[in-house]
Design a protein around this ligand. Structure first.
Ligand code: ZN
Length: 302
């Protein structure tokens, strides 16, 4: 794995580890350099191990990292946090209150992740090591973390996951959005696809899109993609896709179709703008989260 490094905003570096061969997920982290440097979305343990020399090559001693900030605790974003705090003496891991227990004791997180990544996930992504409680910084919505000459502001952004945050950067006016503003692939670069892993909340996802769009980010730092400046157009397109998918799936439920037929209808729609081979994992898993969400809402609660 070679890490491609690109300065995407002032003192803000994209660390692109490329696409992993197993899950076809582009693995992307960001290094924010300041008096107290921060690493956003360290990725899995396998990815995090690759980031250490890349950070060093930018003239930053990884031992001086002050913060590790996974946008959420899914293994492809935060699975390597425990590995990093074991090797680095300083950094605190900034996490949403709903994610803290799972980073401290990742057993349940790993069990849940097998649904997406399969039984061999630890072989492919590396072991998921716990983060000691004293190394966790449980963040509040709107909390500001000062790095020296710039602030990172934590913005809760649930939907993709209850424990999802976005991070606003005062220096660049950019927003690190993890999976909250969709999944983009270079094959379809102007169309973010909603990432609806079960348990997914389609309405909260939409609310978070509105909340993040209202911040008018000058640049969006995508979790599996790169930095993009067309924030308004990209979030508008994402919202349109979310709404249309929701309508298609709710109509199919209303027609009494079973889950596989509902997914077929949703996939037909997706194929109108993207080839499935460009979005293999995200399309299949993303649609199942949508179907589950609207299915559960269409049933009266017990
Ligand atoms: Zn995720």
């Amino acid at each position: 794995m070679t890490v491609r490094i690109e300065e995407v905003a002032r003192s803000t570096y994209l660390l692109d580890c490329g696409q992993d061969a197993k899950y076809f997920l582009p693995q992307v982290a960001y290094l924010v350099i300041d008096d107290r440097p921060a690493l956003i979305d360290p990725g899995s343990t396998v990815v995090a191990a690759e980031l250490l020399p890349a950070i060093g090559s930018l003239g930053v001693d990884a031992q001086e990292l002050a913060y590790i900030v996974p946008t959420h605790i899914h293994l492809d974003h935060g699975g390597g946090a425990g590995y990093l705090v074991q090797r680095l003496h300083k950094p605190m891991v900034v996490v949403h209150p709903r994610g803290a227990d799972h980073l401290a004791d990742p057993a349940k997180l790993v069990r849940g992740a097998r649904f997406v990544f399969g039984d061999n996930l630890e072989q492919n992504m590396g072991p998921v090591l716990p983060v000691p409680r004293e190394r966790l910084h449980v963040a509040g919505d709107g909390e500001i973390i000062n790095l020296g000459s710039r602030d990172l502001r934590i913005v809760f952004a649930p939907g993709h996951a209850t424990h999802h945050i976005a991070i606003e950067d005062s220096l660049s006016g950019g927003l690190f959005c993890g999976d909250a503003l969709g999944f983009i692939t270079d094959a379809v670069p102007d169309t973010p696809f909603p990432v609806g892993l079960p348990p997914f909340d389609a309405d909260l996802y939409l609310q978070s899109i509105d909340k993040l769009t209202a911040l008018s980010p000058k640049v969006i730092f995508y979790g599996h993609h790169r930095a993009r400046t067309e924030a308004q157009a990209l979030t508008r397109r994402l919202k349109e896709i979310c709404l249309t998918l929701g309508e298609i799936i709710q109509a199919a439920i209303g027609d009494g179709l079973d889950d596989s037929k509902i997914s077929e209808r949703a996939v037909e729609y997706v194929k109108s703008f993207a080839s499935l081979s460009a979005l293999p994992l995200m399309v299949q898993v993303g649609i199942s989260g949508y179907v589950q969400y609207y299915r559960s809402r269409s049933q009266p609660s017990p």
